[in-house]
Design a protein around this ligand. Structure first.
Ligand SMILES: Cc1cc2nc3c(=O)[nH]c(=O)nc-3n(C[C@H](O)[C@H](O)[C@H](O)COP(=O)(O)OP(=O)(O)OC[C@H]3O[C@@H](n4cnc5c(N)ncnc54)[C@H](O)[C@@H]3O)c2cc1C
Length: 435
């Protein structure tokens, strides 16, 4: 008899947690992801600011699940779901919309960045969601310093050395802090025509405070820390325009060659594949066992799901995705082996943290609110613990100590992934500069 087929779409926090929790289930599990790696998104900003290399925050999904004999990993993009035929459609480099059948389906396809209806901003302000995004931002930042050093006219240095981050949530704050440390320490003595420490870093948000998911007290501590690091914090105004010359915010133009989008996110297309009820943002409304109404065999978990607890939606964070992934796996396992299913899903909030520059973080967990070095040590320990493999934990730990002590960064490369068109003269070498 053929084993029960369980299809998991997405090898991020939710999908991977589900797959691991199904390791002893007597089923054939297929995990499909459009990338070949599991990405630790909370450290993307460290790749963008050259502290870590891409391979220190991502691991091939195949490697993580290599020893799990009941699981097959497929690299492919899911383009739709047929609920009646019980199959998902998968496209890859040479095949389109190939049906893959399931008895149980877990959708864990996460979110992407949202430009709040201004898709034209994307061209000039890359977001921060994938490894490619982080490397593109790193290229942009390092390139700006190189261009400024090569530029004889000091009048043009100002625009080149102005860095704008749009969105003062955890990603924007962490990025701004790391960028401030980069320019004031690592790069300080390496240039001759420019002073990297004079770089202007501007953090913009339409909300009234930075780190809105945190308490006012921690938000204030984070803002003070940013300002101490020399970051200009501009709150209370939406960005009206982003173009090649900078941004317009609150009617004022700020000239800059480097704008990075660290604001909103939008869920994946899972809601439209399922034609299911969604919230206004497009997240699939799921039931207390995380299944889709009228489809007990389909589960949606993580950033692409909408789940309320005590009247409030759960936040789009890694812990929610992992706990939901594990829970969905438990429900499927219990149904398959005929044991009692677990009670309704309930989220255990372990707390939230954000780093603001070197040796400083804010931490909120229940009634505990901490800021400073102690919070930073906790942040470091927790993040190391959640990296996918022991080798990553070790290399990231060593890199952090090295960077902390010497100020040197792990990966200051400007890497142009797009070589010259076939038949054209090369304009530049692929790797243009290295530290
Ligand atoms: C820059 C940044 C910083 C963050 N910092 C923190 C933090 O400090 N703490 C925290 O708790 N959370 C943080 N988060 C949020 C956290 O990363 C997400 O909540 C978490 O990743 C959600 O897990 P998920 O499984 O729902 O989605 P993801 O982890 O995003 O995984 C989705 C997976 O689905 C795959 N996929 C998507 N669409 C398809 C498709 N059509 N076909 C095949 N595969 C597909 C993707 O390739 C991806 O691997 C951060 C997020 C970002 C972007």
């Amino acid at each position: 008899m053929n084993p029960t087929r369980i299809v998991i779409v997405g090898g991020g926090f939710g999908g991977l947690a589900a797959a691991k929790a199904l390791r002893k289930t007597p089923a054939g599990i297929t995990l499909i992801d459009r990338t070949n790696h599991h990405l630790f998104q909370p450290l993307l900003y460290q790749v963008a600011t050259a502290v870590l290399t891409p391979s220190q925050i991502a691991t091939p999904i195949r490697t993580i699940l290599g020893k799990q004999k009941n699981t097959t990993v497929i690299l492919g993009e899911v383009t739709g779901v047929d609920k009646e035929r019980k199959c998902v459609f998968v496209s890859n480099a040479d095949r389109e919309n190939v049906p893959v059948e399931y008895e149980y389906l877990i959708l864990a396809t996460g979110a992407t960045h949202s430009y709040f209806g201004h898709s034209e901003f994307a061209r000039h302000a890359p977001g921060m969601k994938s490894l490619a995004d982080a490397v593109a931002s790193r290229n942009k930042i390092l390139q700006a310093f190189e261009q400024a050093e090569a530029e004889e006219d000091p009048g043009r240095h100002r625009d080149l050395l102005t860095f704008i981050l749009v969105g003062a949530g955890p990603t924007g704050v962490e990025m701004a802090g790391a960028l401030a440390v980069l320019v004031r320490t690592t790069l300080k003595s390496e240039f001759r025509r420019i002073d990297p420490a004079s770089a202007r870093i501007v953090l913009v948000d339409r909300g009234p405070r930075v780190l809105h998911p945190f308490s006012e007290k921690l938000s204030k501590a984070a803002r003070q820390r940013l300002e101490k690091l020399g970051v200009e914090v501009r709150l209370g105004h939406s960005v009206d325009q982003i173009d090649a010359d900078g941004i317009v915010v609150g009617g004022e133009r700020i000239a800059s060659r480097t704008v990075i989008w660290t604001a909103g996110v939008a869920p994946s297309s899972a809601g439209s594949w399922l034609k299911a009820e969604t919230d206004r943002a497009g997240r699939v409304r799921i039931q207390e066992d995380l299944s889709v109404p009228d489809h007990p065999e389909i589960f949606v978990v993580g950033d692409t799901a909408y789940f309320e607890e005590s009247g409030n939606p759960l936040p789009g964070v890694a812990q929610v995705a992992m706990q939901q992934g594990r829970y969905a796996a438990k429900v499927i396992h219990s149904r398959m082996i005929g044991t009692l299913p677990p009670g309704p899903f309930s989220y255990f909030d372990k707390g939230t943290m954000a780093v603001v520059g070197k040796g400083f973080a804010v931490l909120q967990s229940g009634k505990v609110q901490l800021s400073g070095f102690g919070a930073w040590l906790t942040w470091a320990a927790v993040h190391l613990q959640f990296l996918a493999t022991s080798s990553l934990r070790l290399t990231v730990f060593l890199q952090w100590i090295w960077t902390y002590v010497t100020g040197q960064r792990g990966s200051r490369l400007i890497v142009d992934h797009y070589g010259p068109e076939p038949g054209m003269e090369p304009k530049s070498t692929v790797i243009r500069s290295a530290s």
